[in-house]
Design a protein around this ligand. Structure first.
Ligand code: AMP
Length: 186
């Protein structure tokens, strides 16, 4: 079994609750300790920067992918193990996902939601079976899971939509889930 890569989607801001920052720190450190490579959007801002810096500090490999027009805005973090610049956002998301064995979603904004829903809809269509974990830090994602329940209740998706991701409360639980998933894959 080769080294695993975990794609982290998260906010380009830090958010209002310090718990989000702490979760990002814990996750970055834990990924590195497991020997897993972090794949992310290559920004040095908000939770993105925190996950990357903590993974690096713990000796982990980091793989960042950023579109050329966001290099300035998100302060492209060029000291990663691998740093890839794409032409478009679509390419960025594709390169990130293709190079990952699993996805973890930390708190974030519209960009994070876009990334989550993209991998969720791909899973719904049977295009991938990679584990997708929503890190529900202090209930941050409760409205998201509530929205998905609502969509199902109103007949716009099957109950099985919920089987394509798992909600976990802490980075420690996320790592435990990923370990189990990777072990099952062999
Ligand atoms: P946010 O959660 O909005 O802070 O964004 C998190 C990441 O998603 C950042 O790297 C953004 O560049 C990216 N992002 C923002 N908007 C979009 C979008 N429409 N499509 C794809 N990614 C986006």
């Amino acid at each position: 079994m080769g080294a695993k890569s975990v794609c982290v989607y998260c906010g380009s801001r830090a958010g209002a609750n310090p718990a989000y920052l702490h979760a990002a720190e814990e996750l970055g450190t834990a990924l590195a300790r497991e020997g897993w490579r972090l794949v992310y959007g290559a920004g040095d801002v908000g939770l993105m920067g925190v996950v990357a810096r903590t993974a690096q500090a713990a000796g982990g490999e980091t793989f960042g992918v950023i579109p050329t027009h966001l290099m300035k805005l998100e302060v492209g973090k060029t000291d990663l193990t691998r740093f890839v610049i794409t032409e478009t956002m679509h390419e960025r998301k594709k390169v990130m996902f293709m190079n990952a064995d699993a996805v973890v979603v930390l708190p974030g904004g519209a960009g994070t939601l876009d990334e989550f829903f993209e991998v969720l809809t791909w899973a719904q269509l049977g295009l991938h079976g990679k584990p997708v974990l929503v890190l529900n830090v202090e209930g941050f994602w409760d409205p998201l899971t509530g929205l998905i329940d609502h969509v199902i209740a109103q007949g716009f998706a099957d109950q099985s939509l919920k089987s394509h991701f798992q909600s976990v409360e802490t980075p420690t639980k996320a790592v435990a889930q990923l370990r189990a998933a990777f072990a099952a894959e062999g």
